[in-house]
Write a protein that binds this ligand. Structure first.
Ligand SMILES: Cc1ncc(COP(=O)(O)O)c(C=O)c1O
Length: 461
């Protein structure tokens, strides 16, 4: 450190002595800016971005506090605002207050989930919370899980464990089976695993967007004729475009009969599995070997927050443990860097834990139920003579005008999205099986019935 830095170190780092008054002032100021941004959401709309926005890079000397706060403000002014009631495009709901606080505390703690000695309390917290989730969905005592940064990584952890468990290593004949409506990140996972698109077998879906069991059985037979070795079948619990749930019981019977690992991608719907909310098709999830639950997508745990739960923790240990020769270990405690792909990891579990502790199970039910109620209200009130609706038991609805030619869906959806945005509604237009659709995701608990009525008025016009 230079002399100058030593003198000023309390400006840059929290002080280990004294009161940290300067830091507290900065935190208060940052909190005020953030809260003003929330409070002004309705004034500015769901997405504000100025094409002249500039990204300033570090100068030779550090910038002043005033410069930094003005840059923070500029970032906020040019951002997507999830708390706006018209923010209905994606799986990015408003953040829970205690989850924001959890992020702050995790950042300040700066503990590392790589190892117990670098994060004793949060290592135990993550282990306990994963176990709590695993028990809630009906797994037994040998179950548990590991957190990761997002659904893609949790799924990837599962696929790698499944392949390892099947003893297939890097066998080029190994294949994974997913439905054609599964999330596109499975293509990425396949490539990361040293396989290619031919190792990803896509099973057809029925007219409700659920995996077709006859097609699954035929594909399995075809795999054995072609000497392809299936290491996992993935059932999706909540597809991205229409929230469909694959037939978990049937798939699990097939997996058991043939000794194949069943992974459930519950990135969207898995969280319903810890509640008693009746969702059609949401049963038997405890028959899986692993399931991804990704609470950032629906209940407002701040990004990122994803868990992979496994029925048998040994499968993760056997797959990922290499030993950490430079880190001490403690008997009966596994360093969590030994249970998944990621090494150093922040204590993200704090925001999931605090979010859930603040909501309680009742609050969790209320949030999830309210998303289903908004979906039901939208479907009840949309003109069904005019629109074809594609929706499952969860809170996602895709739709298109009846009789629209495939080639016209691009222009029509883009025109509608632009028109809605001018009216402060942000909705998405996924491309799905060659057509564009409009999609609303009803996870925003600031959206009430009168907002939905206004949205429908514009759509019906
Ligand atoms: C069903 C499903 N699985 C996986 C993912 C990937 O999650 P993430 O973006 O958190 O990696 C998504 C993303 O929307 C999803 O909808």
């Amino acid at each position: 450190m230079t002399e100058d830095l030593i003198n000023k170190k309390d400006i840059y780092f929290p002080s280990s002595l004294g009161t940290n008054d300067n830091f507290i002032t900065l935190l208060n100021r940052a909190t005020q800016i953030l809260c003003d941004w929330f409070s002004n959401a309705e004034k500015y709309g769901p997405l504000t971005f100025d094409e002249n926005f500039k990204c300033l890079m570090p100068d030779e000397y550090g910038n002043s506090t005033e410069d930094l706060f003005s840059e923070i403000q500029s970032l906020l002014n040019n951002s997507f605002n999830p708390v706006h009631p018209g923010s209905l495009a994606h799986l990015d709901p408003p953040p829970l207050i205690f989850s924001i606080l959890g992020d702050l505390i995790a950042a300040g703690l700066n503990n590392n989930l790589l190892a117990y000695e670098l994060s004793p309390s949060v290592t135990l917290l993550e282990e306990s919370l994963c176990k709590w989730f695993a028990k809630k969905i009906g797994f037994n005592d040998s179950s548990g899980g590991i957190a990761a940064s997002g659904g893609t990584l949790s799924n990837l952890n599962a696929l790698i464990a499944a392949r390892h468990n099947a003893g297939l290593g890097s066998d080029p004949n190994s294949v994974l089976l997913v439905s054609e409506d599964a999330h596109s990140s499975f293509i990425k996972c396949t490539r990361i695993m040293g396989l290619d698109d031919s190792n990803l077998v896509k099973i057809k879906t029925d007219n409700k967007g659920c995996m077709d069991i006859d097609n699954l059985k035929n594909s399995i037979d075809q795999c054995s004729i072609n000497n392809k070795k299936i290491f996992v079948i993935v059932a999706t619990l909540g597809t991205t475009v229409r929230g469909a749930i694959d037939p978990i019981k049937d798939i699990s019977d097939i997996c058991k009969e043939r000794n194949i690992w069943l992974h459930i991608d519950g990135s969207i719907g898995g969280i319903f599995g810890v509640t008693s909310i009746p969702i059609e098709g949401l049963n038997n999830i405890n028959q899986a070997n692993s399931i991804t639950i990704n609470p950032q997508k629906i209940i407002g745990i701040t990004k990122t927050s994803s868990l992979l739960l496994v029925s048998n923790m040994r499968t993760l240990e056997n797959t990922f443990s290499t030993g950490l020769p430079y880190i001490s270990s403690k008997e009966n405690i596994i360093n969590r860097g030994e249970l998944g792909i990621q090494g150093s990891r922040p204590a993200e579990v704090i925001k999931l834990w605090l979010g859930l502790r603040s909501l309680g199970l009742k609050g969790l039910d209320d949030i999830l139920n309210s998303s289903i109620n908004r979906k039901d209200f939208f479907i009840k009130n949309i003109n069904k003579n005019k629109f074809e609706i594609y929706s499952g038991p969860l809170h996602i609805i895709s739709f298109l005008p009846k009789g629209l030619n495939t080639k016209d869906t691009d222009f029509w959806t883009q025109t509608k999205v632009n028109e809605l945005m001018k009216n402060n509604f942000m909705i998405s237009r996924p491309k799905f099986k060659g057509k564009y659709y409009l999609r609303v995701v009803m996870g925003n608990y600031n959206t009430n019935e009168s907002h939905i009525e206004e949205l429908l008025k514009i759509l019906h016009a």
